[in-house]
Design a protein around this ligand. Sequence first.
Ligand SMILES: [Zn+2]
Length: 552
Amino acid sequence: MSNLDILNSKNQSFFLPIGGIGEIGGNNYLYSFKGEQIIVDAGISFADDSLPGVDITIPDPYIFLNPSIKPKAMILTHAHEDHVGGLEYYFDKIDFPIYCNQFTYAYIKHKFKRIPDFEKKFHIIKSYQEISFKNFSFQLIPTTHSIPDPTGIFFKTNDGNIYHTGDWKIDKNPVTGDPFDYDNFKILKEENIDLLIGDSTNAGVKEISRSESELDPSFDRLFEDLNGRIIVTCFSSNIARLKTVISNALKHKKKIFVVGRSIKRAITTAIEEKLIDNFEILNEKLFADYNRDNVVLICTGSQGEKNSALSKIANNTHNHIKLSPKDNIIFSSKEIPGNEKAISYLKNSFSYLGLNIISDEDDFVHVSGHPGIQEIKEFYQYVKPISLIPMHGEYLHLKKHLEIAHDLNIEKSLLLLSGDLCELDLKDKNHKLIDQFVIKKLPVIQNSIIEDMNFLSERGKILNNGIVSLNIILNKKLDILKSELHTKGFPFDFDKEFIQEQIKESLLNKILFMKDEMNERSLHDQLEDIAKKTFSKNFSLKPELLIHLSIV
Ligand SMILES: [Zn+2]
């Protein structure tokens, strides 16, 4: 990673998206201001089908956790998992302070409770509190989104200023936190914004995002009208949505069940922070005991995550939660690109159970937490950025964002993707792409980052070709005493004796040729090669081979 040394240059400033540009999620950005680096956000993203059996990934944090650079700090913009969810997996390796506001800290602190003195790494700061380093300073700017206290970051340097929007929308009547207020952004208007790095998620959406509070009458009506149990699935970190759902459930005197660790924790934190009224979460073991018309169950898993409780409920394999035909499920979330197939599978499973499925195509049950075209234009006309780099979004969204910039005559804009190293030119705004890194998405399995990705190619091979185990015992004269062949997940039923005979014959031929150069290791390798060729010749398949050869 030595080519990262350029980030230590005392004359240049850089922006390196480690994750979060050209994709939805996995937000993790590096800024370097004349040799001083700072990391923004530490998110996770959903894994796609290319990673069998993996639900989440994180952009490779060893880009900044390596000896060639020494970040001064990390800043967390808000508490959504795609901005903070990766931190717990490399928290122990971080030796710099982490800055965030009070709510973000309150929301994520439970993740680190087992680590002694974890709180010392966190520096809780207030909006507009200026944190200064040698070459730059930053302040958190309050905005609105779908979680309490989201922030953008205002960077000041000697060469110019940057506004990093974080996730945002214009919500003049949010259900948690303060309304969107242009006064909050006066500071950006008064100082030049030489570069704005902005949220592109909905840059192609013509409709304005609508306020979270507009969902309230919808849930009120649905909870009034629907017969049968009501399951609501949304993201666990969408505190605003949880509040809307819970307050309406309480209003209609529903019994509330919450399934899933992350969502229970989110609700507990929201209650502690006095964002949601305290209420009784019922034990899921009692789910079947309550009158169906009186039950609301809140659950994550809306993206079709295979290991989620919702998937188990849909497949009727959950230990306690069994649904009945004519129960209802509300998908109060949008489909993250890439998850369409998994979500469709989930919906089909619920349909098979006879459930009434309500998603945002059927009823008004979701508002986005991101700004559409009109909001972006309105905001940019207010803060007047001179140049723009789109972030948060797939390529299409980034392009749409550039179109908006073009409409607003923000001409000096640059399209980057994760891994692109951009040299910032805050004076003349001629930012340029100077290098490209391939940044891996590391799978997270059972709370650990898996750095060696070989297991994934093995999994892929097993998925397509199965496993063959071959056990051969020879005596010292190299006569074959015993051979065994077993398969798992191999698609064909075949005559094992016949295949073993082919392998044994080839092995004995090899032994005749190899004579003196033979030892257990070389014979093992020969046997592996022979088995590979035998399966390829007979079945055109390359199963994962487990070879055991011993000489007794
Ligand atoms: Zn967010």
